[in-house]
Design a protein around this ligand. Structure first.
Ligand code: GLU
Length: 482
């Protein structure tokens, strides 16, 4: 059933800052963002940094950077759990007072031996409740445990998976405050979700086993239960959980590889969600169409080919002028720039011409380089196949005609090709290929006349001369391995 349009919806993205923003986390952030925007609600950003050993400042910065790059804005926060420690202790003492929590001073070695014993008997290693009625003195070192209600089935209606039921008998009396006064993960999450008035908890289904632990805590705090939605896992192509083994998982690594954020967002949204057969969505469409009804419950498989396809689409669709800064960033400082490279309009022209055949910004930068810098390299395979003695007369005749031209226009160049083609009995394609390799160093490029116009006469002549020389020299096999 579609959720009503409801501006009181409050969702949150709650990353633990123990690494980069990875694809799964970014998808969770995106789904929360889209729901908040779709329903006119509020997105809260909460940094779950109570695990002090694993949480780092760099990771916080990396997560914020990743969200910024994907253009996922939030409305409240970031709130840091480490700044709310007093609040967790305050609510823990409320639970202690009303009997929902108790002190436990079981020494670690006792717990360990009981755990080992349970495992030996094939039983789940739960805490046996030894301290439940012992009234441990507050002066002794102790933890606080939650008194999980006995034999009360925990049922909730997951917005994606439907009704789920857990037997509370399998749940532990979990620790909510450690000996050092720091709350445990499940407790801090509930206190925050209550205080931040979260109405919908949308998170990865790696948390599905935490939900039955958290629900009794909401109840004990006398707070209304939020709705829960657990997003299906993301698998790698081999159908195991997506991990580093499958390639880059950090969002910013995709930026490094030359992906556009719009492409990644469009890719991530389709990991689990669909809208009819549509594959490409503008941000406005996503906000307009997104809801949880069309999030499936089966795992999605990460498909790098499809991501590349989307990226190629977005590159093609982006005005050249907007791609210029990205291409600049993807290139090393130009060692020997062409005179045209000082003209911003030249960059835009080159990029507009080349973007249609580039799958990544990196590809685009490599395609653009021969039109920006003198130092273009020739792909050894292209040289071996195309810059051959058989093609030297093509290069020579065209060079001579280029030199004789009064003007350097599409029309004059077309005439040159027509005349030389006639005299050598060759078709345009046969003439174009050696020229293409000479100018760009590659066997694929835009149309040959665009290439010649973008490069300009001076560069064309210099490169044709070099190519002519190479075509006459024997080819050294070692170069293919260079
Ligand atoms: N901090 C948890 C994580 O990064 C998410 C907790 C939650 O969404 O409830 O996986």
């Amino acid at each position: 059933m579609p959720l009503p349009k409801d501006s009181s919806m409050r969702v949150r993205f709650a990353p633990s800052p123990t690494g980069h923003l990875h694809l799964g986390g970014a998808r969770t952030a995106l789904f929360n963002f889209l729901l908040a925007r779709h329903y006119g609600g509020t997105l809260v950003l909460r940094i779950e940094d109570t695990d002090r050993e694993r949480s780092t400042e760099e990771s916080i910065a990396a997560i914020l950077e990743g969200m910024g790059w994907l253009d996922l804005s939030w409305d409240e926060g970031p709130f840091y759990q480490t700044e709310r420690l007093d609040r967790y202790r305050e609510l823990a003492s409320v639970l202690l007072k009303n009997g929902h929590a108790y002190r436990c001073d079981c020494p670690p070695d006792l717990l360990e031996s009981k755990r080992a014993e349970a495992m030996k008997q094939g039983l789940p290693p739960r805490y046996d409740g030894r301290c439940r009625e012992r009234s441990v003195s507050p002066d002794r070192p102790h933890v606080l445990r939650f008194r999980t209600p006995d034999r009360e089935p925990i049922v909730f209606d997951d917005l994606i998976r439907g009704p789920l039921s857990f037997d509370s008998a399998v749940l532990d009396d979990l620790i909510i405050i450690r000996t050092d006064g720091v709350p445990t993960y499940n407790f801090a999450v509930v206190v925050d979700d209550v205080d931040m008035k979260i109405t919908h908890v949308i998170r990865g289904d790696d948390h599905i086993n935490n939900t039955p632990r958290q629900i009794p805590i909401f109840r004990a705090l006398g707070a209304p239960l939020p709705d829960f939605a657990h997003l299906p896992m993301i698998y790698g192509p081999d159908r195991t959980r997506l991990s580093k083994r499958h390639g880059a998982t950090s969002v910013m690594a995709y930026r490094e590889m030359g992906f556009l954020p719009q492409a990644l967002v469009n890719y991530l949204v389709r990991l689990g969600w669909s809208h009819k057969d549509q594959e490409i969505f503008s941000r406005e469409e996503l906000i307009q169409y997104f809801d949880l009804d069309h999030v499936g419950s089966s795992p999605s498989v990460f498909n790098p080919e499809k991501l590349l396809w989307l990226n190629a689409h977005y590159i093609k669709d982006t005005p050249g002028v907007d791609l210029v800064p990205l291409v600049k960033e993807a290139l090393p400082p130009l060692p020997d720039p062409l005179p045209q490279a000082s003209d911003p309009a030249h960059w835009t022209r080159v990029i507009d011409e080349l973007k249609g055949r580039s799958k990544t910004v990196k590809d685009l930068a490599q395609f653009a380089l021969p039109f920006l810098d003198r130092s273009r390299s020739i792909d050894p395979e292209a040289r071996k196949k195309v810059l051959t003695p058989a093609n030297s007369s093509v290069l020579e005749d065209l060079s001579l005609s280029f030199m004789a031209l009064d003007d350097w226009t599409g029309e004059s160049l077309r005439n040159v090709f027509a005349q030389v083609g006639e005299s050598l009995h060759l078709k345009l394609g046969e003439l174009a290929q050696p020229v293409r390799v000479a100018i760009t160093g590659k066997t694929v490029s835009p149309g040959i006349f665009e290439v010649l116009l973008l490069a300009g006469r001076e560069i064309v002549l210099a490169r044709m001369e070099e190519a002519l020389r190479l075509s006459r020299e024997p080819f050294n096999e070692d170069e293919t391995h260079a």
